[in-house]
Ligand binder design. Structure first.
Ligand code: CO
Ligand code: CO
Length: 346
């Protein structure tokens, strides 16, 4: 019988994150290490930590792992690796080395599934030029996989979620909707073809997006994962001390997303994320309910949200599309802090 990893979990991918409000409650009691060479720490809730080695070189350190997002072990490995590596790209870094992190129900899943997950991770890491040089596995009821990734960045080219500036345009490089599509597929509301489309985006590295934003001297970006487009936009706005405005009509969506949302297919993570963001968000009176909820859909291995100087925005979009990020769009803009961190309109 063919292995189906989804039999082991209700909450796959980045939607399995601890709700952000609870996470912040726990983290706020932990001391933050002080060291002038720590360039980015947990304080700004950025994608990765950054540590300066010298004036030309800093390390970018990050880890991500999650339960299966799809039935096939090899594809799960690919998606989990692409997602883990993405946090280095979101900082403008070049990912170099990684360690496997694996939880696996030995005895309940064939060992072949174990090696297929690792093979998927290895192939995706190789595509990114990342060498996996070790790892750790424990026996656990629900399989989980990801990487701890180390990258390099020149400190002067570092991109953070604190770098958005008033007047910037907001560019999104991948369509939104992976959480809704995966839920829809489980419920029999989305077809295999719809799921294939979502998996294609989840497997895609954010490498070309990162290279293009670095070429244009962008200073602000993040990647869109478990807290959804709105959640990560709010983190960026808070870290940058600005307000972000997003027009949901301009947000690229995976084909079936809007019709699934219209039919009520909204995973629980949409509501958890909305809960966390509601007090910091202004919803325009005419905002369509489905588009509003899509903004909070937990993404797995989502695209980069880039804050680009207005002058370079259009050129960047053209280059990103040419590089295969065909759905790239300008979805909003940045202004001085205006009372709310995020303004959602359509
Ligand atoms: Co991230
Ligand atoms: Co992450």
């Amino acid at each position: 019988m063919k292995t189906d990893l989804l039999k082991f979990t209700d909450q796959g991918g980045c939607s399995a994150k601890i709700p952000p409000a609870q996470l912040e409650e726990v983290l706020k009691n932990l001391p933050i290490p002080v060291d002038p060479d720590i360039l980015v720490n947990i304080d700004t809730h950025d994608d990765a930590g950054v540590y300066r080695i010298n004036n030309d070189l800093a390390l970018v350190l990050t880890t991500d792992f999650f339960p299966p997002v799809c039935s096939d072990p090899y594809e799960f490995g690919q998606i989990a690796a692409a997602n883990s590596i993405s946090d280095v790209y979101a900082m403008g870094g070049n990912p170099v080395l990684a360690l496997n992190i694996m939880m696996f129900p030995a005895g309940r899943l064939p060992m072949e599934a174990y090696s297929e997950i690792l093979r998927g991770g290895f192939d995706k890491a190789s595509e990114a030029g990342v060498k996996i040089i070790g790892g750790h596995t424990i026996d656990d009821a629900v399989p989980k996989y990801g990487l701890a990734v180390t990258g390099f960045v020149n400190p002067s080219l570092l991109v953070t979620n604190a770098g958005a500036r008033p007047g910037d345009w907001l560019i999104l490089t991948k369509p939104v909707g992976t959480g809704i599509i995966m839920a829809g597929h489980r419920l029999g509301m989305a077809s295999d073809a719809d799921l294939e489309e979502a998996k294609l985006w989840m497997k895609m590295l954010n490498r070309s997006g990162a290279a293009i934003m670095t070429n244009h001297s962008v200073t602000g970006a993040t990647d869109i994962t478990g807290f959804g487009l709105a959640g990560h936009a709010i983190k960026m706005a808070r870290a940058s001390k600005v307000s972000l405005s997003i027009n949901m009509r301009n947000v690229p969506l995976i084909s079936k997303t809007l019709s699934l949302a219209d039919d009520g297919c909204l995973p629980g993570a949409c509501f958890t994320n909305l809960d966390y963001c509601e007090s910091e968000t202004d919803f325009s009176d005419n905002l369509d309910y489905s588009l509003k909820m899509i903004a909070f859909d937990a993404q797995t291995s989502g695209g980069l949200l880039i804050s680009a100087p207005a002058g370079t925005g259009e050129k960047m979009v053209a280059e990103l599309k040419e590089a295969g990020l065909t759905c790239t769009a300008i979805i909003g803009n940045v202004s001085s802090y205006n009372g709310k961190l995020l303004y959602l309109d359509n």
